[in-house]
Design a protein around this ligand. Structure first.
Ligand code: GLC
Length: 425
């Protein structure tokens, strides 16, 4: 890529971030997602830091101002009223001063904070901000292992597909069959007026999403009860890989700040998690797969969740096999990395998490591969990501076969990841 292209793309990415900035937090994109989302904000902070360091810290601070007393950090903070989104605060009913959803999302806050800290131009500010966030992030990790791994297996389960961040992945199909649809109150979806219905989850999936919300609401969002009460409990290697990496980065940050006890606590979760992650390795697919905890069986689905686990310190052999798998996928998809293998008849190149490529996932996979010395495959992912931007703009996600931009447009975390990719080049 030429210097001119690089400069032009950076400027366009910064413009997307500015457009979606609401002062103390950033919306993923206007219209479709008009509030603050958890992992969107943490990854967005990386892009923001290149423009305004103080604003980047604030993005994460704002999110943690809405952490629950039990330690959970919610997946959405409804900072302001907006009828254009469903399900809103009246459906979640979490009874908070500023309404939030009642479930969580992948934990990338520790990773983002460590990265901001390491790259800080204002070192004094970074120490102050990181020190204040460190106990909050650790409390969130603790919340995960206490509430989502009650049997102490080392791995946490998600209890709603939205927690994974990969809302309608093929990974959830079988487990989702056990979630009823009876008794779901009448509702009107809002996403379909902002995006092409063919690119979005189906109506039946939405009924099940809402059934789970109603179920947890009926238990007053008491996290000590929700895991066991949920008919949907899935251990996702991607979600756990991210959490393990988050604990690792938090441990390193704690050491840099002289907080040895906090470091030791986080290191223990890393050790337990990595050991348990091995049980999700699939010989058949040569990657990790999900485990359906409620049905006690591995899930027969080779999705990107099983590749994303490379974000954690998996073994050298596993990282190499995952790199091979991605190179193999490149033979079936022009653009990397498809969120599901196109060889699977369930693959759908335009429907959200059932096939499309997403730049945030590309970023985390590439980062993991670089750490494992799989640089060539990582570079391939980065150039594919930039090709998508040049051809199709800053979309929410892309068809990996023809590169069509899908979902929402002018998307915040896509822009943030582009700034990250360009920074590395
Ligand atoms: C969708 C994605 C989720 C993301 C949110 C906001 O729900 O699946 O990962 O956080 O949109 O961008």
């Amino acid at each position: 890529m030429s210097m001119i292209d690089k400069k032009q793309i950076s400027e366009r990415a910064a413009e997307v971030l500015r457009e979606n900035d609401r002062g103390t937090y950033t919306v993923p994109t206007k219209g479709l997602y008009p509030f603050q989302w958890n992992w969107d904000s943490c990854l967005t902070a990386l892009g923001l830091a290149q423009i305004d360091e103080r604003r980047a810290w604030q993005e994460i601070e704002t999110l943690f101002e809405h952490q629950w007393d039990d330690g959970m950090v919610p997946h959405i903070v409804f900072h302001q009223h907006d009828d254009g989104y469903f399900p809103g605060p009246d459906v979640w009913e979490t009874n908070r001063p500023v309404p939030t959803s009642g479930i969580t999302q992948p934990a990338v806050a520790g990773f983002a904070v460590k990265r901001l800290f390491d790259r800080a131009r204002d070192v004094k500010l970074a120490r102050e901000k990181a020190s204040a966030l460190l106990p909050k992030i650790t409390k969130w990790h603790q919340w995960f292992y206490e509430n989502r791994d009650p049997a102490k297996t080392g791995l946490v389960a998600i209890i709603h597909p939205w927690e994974s961040g990969r809302d309608n992945s093929i990974d959830w199909d079988d487990a989702f069959e056990r979630v009823p649809t009876e008794g779901v109150q009448a509702y009107q979806r809002r996403d379909l007026s902002h995006a092409n219905p063919d690119h979005r989850p189906t109506q039946e999936q939405y009924d099940r999403y809402i059934w789970l919300v109603q179920k947890f609401r009926s238990l007053q969002w008491d996290n000590s009860k929700l895991h066991d009460a949920s008919p949907f409990q899935v251990v996702d290697p991607g979600f756990n890989g991210i959490l393990i990496r988050d604990c690792q980065e938090t441990a390193e940050l704690a050491e840099a700040l002289g907080e040895d006890e906090v470091a030791a606590l986080n290191r223990q979760w890393v050790a337990n998690g990595l050991a348990a992650l091995d049980t999700l390795w699939s010989e058949k697919y040569q990657q990790f797969v999900c485990y359906d905890r409620a049905a006690a069986k591995l899930v027969d689905s080779a999705s990107i969740g099983g590749l994303l686990a490379v974000f954690a310190n998996v073994s050298e052999a596993q990282a190499k096999t995952i790199a091979d798998r991605i190179n193999d996928l490149a033979g079936r998809a022009k653009f990397l990395v498809p969120s599901h293998d196109p060889i699977d008849p369930r693959f759908d190149g335009k429907r959200y998490w059932r096939g499309p490529a997403w730049l945030i996932v590309n970023y985390m996979i590439a980062d993991g591969l670089i750490r494992a010395d799989q640089t060539e495959t990582a570079n391939r992912i980065v150039s594919s990501s930039l090709d998508l931007i040049l051809e199709s703009g800053f979309a929410e996600y892309y068809d990996p076969i023809d590169g069509e931009p899908c979902g929402g447009s002018r998307f915040t975390w896509t822009a943030a990841m582009v700034l990250e990719f360009l920074r590395e080049l």
